[in-house]
Design a protein around this ligand. Structure first.
Ligand code: ATP
Ligand code: MG
Length: 355
């Protein structure tokens, strides 16, 4: 059996939770790598609505998640993730994911999951006193996401690295316990900027912290956000030498301003107290707005054709579902978890009634 797809390419699995709008942090953390690698890899792009349930399980939350699914497709499309190359799909449209999660849960201990650092972060940020077993199992669900298409590479932000490590352990353990090479051991691919700081200087740009520049912000909003950005707090006048390293304004210049000479000139003059914040921020506003202009245009194009958005997900589902069914067949075959009613697992997964 080949772990490569029928195109002969290695596979990527990547995705987002449908919890709202997308920001510059999402772009540098993962979207950029998705676009960059979409020709080289056979890419599966997941809208992770089961994952949204781990922290947002109420009925209203579920309804909101339905709306945010559209947002996830729009943001990826706008960023340049091409649906003719990439398989877009919604996680809960592939129920085999839940089944594989159940099988993987048997191979993962509770203490191992309690040690995953993001669990404590999420509980603190969302004020959750006791995690549901669904939240504890988040990394196991993610292992199932990644291993449903038997992916080799996972472009993610730095915060997700510990989850990919759990996936590697699960894959290794499964193959060892059942004596078959069913799953590859996937690598995480961290973006050029592993974690983008917020406009307020906090360590991470995040919706819940309210420190984001969104990919669909209009030019005036971008300007206003850049002009209120946190910079070097000790620099109360333009003629005072400033600190460039770790300064969010320059981190953003490095990430979004392609004019390297301009950036170096601004840094030199900043360090020597020869440039005002206004000039630095004006040029940053222009750079971010130039970067966002084609994203806004592509987004508008898809927004004008809402049926196309559904077609993108329909087309992706047609591709991924048979892959998912094949993975479950292979996994259960390896485990010896056959059916006494169905003559083969293939019949079970293709939905044919037993004879
Ligand atoms: P938010 O915290 O703003 O709600 P999120 O972390 O919930 O966003 P996810 O859907 O969990 O968003 O993450 C999608 C991807 O984007 C993940 O790979 C994550 O690591 C990455 N990501 C999110 N924020 C940043 C950031 N500030 N810098 C780099 N990567 C990020
Ligand atoms: Mg988050």
């Amino acid at each position: 059996m080949s772990l490569l797809s029928n195109t002969g390419k290695k596979r990527i699995l990547t995705g987002d939770r449908p919890t709202g709008r997308f920001h510059l942090g999402h772009y540098v953390g993962t979207l950029k790598n998705r676009v960059k690698l979409q020709d080289q890899y056979d890419t599966f792009l997941l809208v992770a609505d089961y994952h949204a349930l781990t922290t947002h399980p109420e009925k209203d939350d579920v309804a909101r998640t339905r709306e945010h699914i559209r947002e996830a497709v729009l943001a990826n499309y706008a960023a340049g993730v091409d649906p003719n190359k990439v398989t877009y799909y919604v996680q809960s449209d592939v129920p085999e994911t839940a089944e594989l999660t159940l099988l993987f849960m048997m191979l993962t201990t509770v203490p191992r999951l309690e040690r995953v650092p993001t669990l404590k972060d999420v509980m603190r940020d969302q004020q959750i006193e006791q995690p549901s077993s669904g939240l504890l199992n988040y990394p196991v669900l993610q292992a199932a996401d990644i291993l449903i298409p038997r992916a080799h590479l996972v472009p993610v932000g730095k915060d997700q690295e510990s989850h990919v490590e759990v996936t590697r352990e699960v894959a290794r353990r499964f193959n060892r316990v059942f004596g078959a090479e069913v799953f590859p051991e996937p690598d995480a691919l961290i973006g050029e900027v592993p974690t983008l700081v917020g406009t307020d200087g906090q360590a991470k740009m995040s919706k819940s912290l309210g420190n984001c520049i969104y990919l669909d912000d209009d030019p005036d909003t971008v300007k206003q956000k850049v002009f209120t950005m946190y910079t070097d707090p000790n620099r109360i006048r333009a003629d005072i030498p400033g600190k460039v390293e770790g300064n969010p304004v320059f981190i953003y210049h490095d990430a979004f301003n392609p004019d390297i000479d301009e950036v170096n000139d601004l840094k030199d003059r900043y360090r020597t107290g020869k440039v005002g914040d206004v000039e630095v921020k004006k040029k940053l506003t222009a750079a971010i707005n130039n970067f966002l202009a084609p994203l806004r245009a592509r987004r508008a194009e898809l927004e004008a054709h809402p049926d196309d958005l559904i077609d993108i997900l329909r087309m992706g589902l047609k591709r991924v579902r048979p892959v998912a069914q094949e993975t479950l067949e292979l996994a259960r075959e390896a485990m010896g978890l056959t059916s006494v009613v169905y003559p083969s697992l293939h019949e079970l997964y293709t939905g044919r009634p037993p004879a």
